[in-house]
Design a protein around this ligand. Structure first.
Ligand SMILES: [Zn+2]
Length: 195
């Protein structure tokens, strides 16, 4: 289990690298207002808490049971897409509480969902898989071991290309979710013709 700080830094600085880049200019030109700062802090708060949600039971177990078990609440596996709905609900609630607009609440839900998924990706890299598909399949699946499949095991070049694309596409989707949501909170990522 990577330490909590690693999960938060991974989400903020790797997945959110484009946002940090977009903020650098206005920050150094001192163009950020108090309102901007409040909005950014909310995004950092929701993103950080959502990315830590899968390990939430570690906090309980370390105080109550004296161990670091953190992969389930009762029989519910927390490192799963199903448990990701807790982050989506949290994002919806936080977004609506802050903006009183359902579209902003939906965007915050997507942002929280993306933060949650980055936790699974990082654990997948570190530990060799997560129970993504619980309760349909309780075993661990690793997106990154699929990526490392050879021609022979994959059953031919086309299958090999397919599994490689699926692995990368999962990471791509998580990053795009974060960028799509940030786009609704004042980050405008756009292409302009070179001058
Ligand atoms: Zn974890």
């Amino acid at each position: 289990m990577p330490y909590p700080v690693a999960h938060v830094l991974f989400f903020l600085f790797c997945v959110g690298a484009v946002a940090i880049y977009a903020l650098a200019g206005p920050f150094f030109r001192r163009e950020l207002s108090f309102k901007d700062a409040r909005k950014l802090l909310l995004l950092v708060f929701v993103g950080s808490l959502s990315t830590l949600l899968p390990d939430i039971m570690a906090v309980y177990n370390i105080f109550v049971n004296g161990n670091l078990d953190h992969c389930s609440i009762g029989s519910i596996m927390t490192h799963s897409l199903l448990f990701g709905f807790s982050a989506v609900l949290f994002g919806t609630f936080a977004g609506y509480a802050a903006y009183r607009e359902s579209s902003k609440a939906a965007s915050m839900a997507i942002f929280a969902g993306s933060a949650f998924l980055t936790h699974l990706l990082l654990d997948d890299i570190a530990e060799g898989g997560c129970a993504y598909l619980y309760p349909l399949y309780n075993g661990r699946i690793s997106l990154f071991s699929i990526m490392d499949t050879g021609f022979a095991e994959a059953g031919g070049l086309l299958n090999y290309l397919a599994v490689s694309i699926v692995s990368v596409f999962c990471v791509f989707i998580v990053i795009m979710m974060a960028l799509f949501a940030l786009n609704k909170f004042g980050f405008e990522f756009g292409y302009g013709a070179e001058k």
